[in-house]
Design a protein around this ligand. Structure first.
Ligand code: PEP
Length: 255
């Protein structure tokens, strides 16, 4: 059975003290909420990864992830962080291909394929984000766009490698806007993604792939989104900055 995951993406928010305090609250609050096939991941700014990973050692169902990683092993890339450095600081996951990285840092599918390789080589599990803009949806090219993001970003992997990644469908028009995809809209795309995986890697790999929904997910809409057949949890931005909201989203699995 595939894992159910709620992952928080703190983006470039909070200072160090506030980050530690939020994470401690989350650890305390989620303790009794996370069941056997469920996992909680928190992706703070990279500076906090080591400290959070130390705290997370007391809770086997909560892991830490980074929000980005460089494609090279090491070298003269001022300001960048490699996958091996992220791993050595205690992270288990790394978000790759978030739409903000694609938009503001010009990250292409080709670059993201390299970053995915670097992550897997260093035993870091990518949370690989895909999704269309409103313009692309209005032009009705969103299915093709998502197919291309998969083909160019992750379908070069072997089935064994692909089994280690988590996918996140994040329609760009729903991120940070307060506009959520309806459960039906999200389910339609998730089912499409799973069918593309089945066509490439076979039904078993497709059934075992965790596909998260991201985009203005909150305690009010999480239960309905998570009850869809192909939605296996969420990648949460704004609502992951409040321990109560984040915990309530996790509780949505068990409603
Ligand atoms: C995100 O940035 O991955 C995200 C889903 O943000 P928000 O929940 O704030 O829309």
């Amino acid at each position: 059975m595939r894992k159910k995951i709620v992952a928080g993406n703190w983006k470039m928010n909070l200072d160090y003290t506030a980050g530690l305090s939020l994470f401690s609250e989350v650890l305390n609050m989620v303790n009794d909420e996370v069941r056997g096939d469920q996992e909680v991941i928190v992706c703070p700014p990279s500076l906090f990864v080591y400290s959070l990973a130390q705290l997370a050692k007391q809770n086997s169902r909560v892991s830490v992830g980074a929000q980005n990683g460089h494609q090279a092993d090491s070298g003269a890339y001022t300001g960048e962080i490699s996958a091996s450095q992220i791993k050595s600081a205690g992270a288990e996951y790394v978000i790759l291909g978030h739409s903000e990285r694609r938009q503001y840092f010009a990250e292409t599918n080709q670059l993201l394929a390299e970053k995915t390789n670097a992550a897997l080589k260093n035993d870091l599990k990518p949370i690989f984000c895909i999704g269309e803009t409103l313009d692309e949806r209005n032009q009705n090219i969103h299915f093709q766009l998502i197919k291309t993001q998969l083909e160019e970003g992750v379908f070069h992997l072997s089935a064994e490698e692909f089994a280690k990644i988590v996918l996140a469908y994040e329609p760009v028009w729903a991120i940070g806007t307060g506009v959520t995809a309806s459960p039906e809209q999200a389910q339609e795309i998730h089912a499409f993604i799973r069918s593309e995986i089945a066509a490439k890697y076979g039904a078993e790999v497709a059934q075992n792939t965790t596909i998260l929904y991201g985009g203005s997910c909150n305690p009010k809409n999480a239960a309905e989104l998570f009850s869809q057949a192909d939605i296996d949890g969420g990648l949460i931005g704004g609502a992951s900055l409040k321990s109560r909201d984040f915990t309530d989203i996790i509780k949505a699995f068990n409603k």
